[in-house]
Design a protein around this ligand. Structure first.
Ligand code: PRP
Ligand code: ZN
Ligand code: MG
Length: 224
């Protein structure tokens, strides 16, 4: 079901939401965020913004439910691997890397523990929200581990006796520090990206996307 209006999925609340809204505004898309709405209509362009949890954005694109999405590469790759493993659609087009949402996905261990390399993680239990990315990294290193899947409070898992190490997003490092942990290995460097579904869109929609991309190019260059 293709609507006339371009549908863009963005994070409702979290590390990408403000900069994402700012970017769209600088590209000339006028809208008014009010209340707890799922869909916000642009006032001056045939664009609807879908305000959703970041975790849902890759799937919405891969299933062709929305046309465009802004998402962190970490989430995008995790969901892509998970869906590919289940033989579900996992394709998308990466239109451009954005200049915000920078973070790294890192393995962290007790700050007093020694770390000489991935082999030190052999047989350990690792708490994470990104089991697929951890598995890909550990497979590459030839190291086996046990997962401990947590959607939140990952950083408290070692102290709570749930895991030996964690693998979570790090940006300033404050969360690790506050929890007596230190970064041992970076497994992915991530930024926000603009993605599109792979289905062919009607010409008007594709033309609008191309126009937005040109504006985005200008907006991002002007900041550099
Ligand atoms: C991430 C991550 C850490 C924090 C790291 O959480 O899970 O908690 O950011 O950032 P820092 O290095 O600057 O301390 P996020 O803010 O994405 O929210 P969530 O944990 O609620 O998903
Ligand atoms: Zn999330
Ligand atoms: Mg967190």
């Amino acid at each position: 079901m293709q609507t006339q209006r371009l549908r863009i999925a963005i994070q409702k609340k979290g590390r990408l939401s403000k900069e994402c809204q700012d970017l769209l505004k600088r590209c000339g898309v006028k809208f008014n965020m009010m209340g707890e709405r799922l869909v916000v209509h642009s006032e001056n362009m045939p664009i609807d913004l879908l305000l959703v949890r970041d975790d849902d954005i890759p799937g919405l694109i891969m299933d062709g439910v929305v046309d465009l999405g802004v998402i962190g590469e970490n989430e995008l790759e995790e969901v892509g691997l998970e869906r590919a493993a289940r033989n579900e659609p996992s394709d998308y087009k990466k239109l451009r890397r954005l200049d915000f949402g920078g973070c790294r996905l890192s393995i962290a261990i007790d700050k007093d523990a020694t770390y000489n390399g991935p082999q030190d993680l052999q047989g350990k239990r690792i708490a994470t929200t990104y089991p697929q990315l951890v598995k890909r990294y550990m497979d590459e290193q030839g190291v086996t581990f046990s997962p401990c899947m947590l959607n939140g409070s990952v950083e408290v898992a070692p102290r709570a006796g749930l895991a030996d190490a964690i693998c979570d997003l790090v940006s300033t490092g404050a969360t690790l520090e506050a929890n007596g942990l230190k970064e041992a290995a970076v497994i992915l460097r991530s930024k926000a990206v603009l993605i599109q579904c792979t289905a062919d869109l009607v010409a008007e929609k594709q033309a609008l996307i191309d126009r937005l991309l040109t504006r985005m190019q200008g907006v991002i260059q002007a900041k550099e």
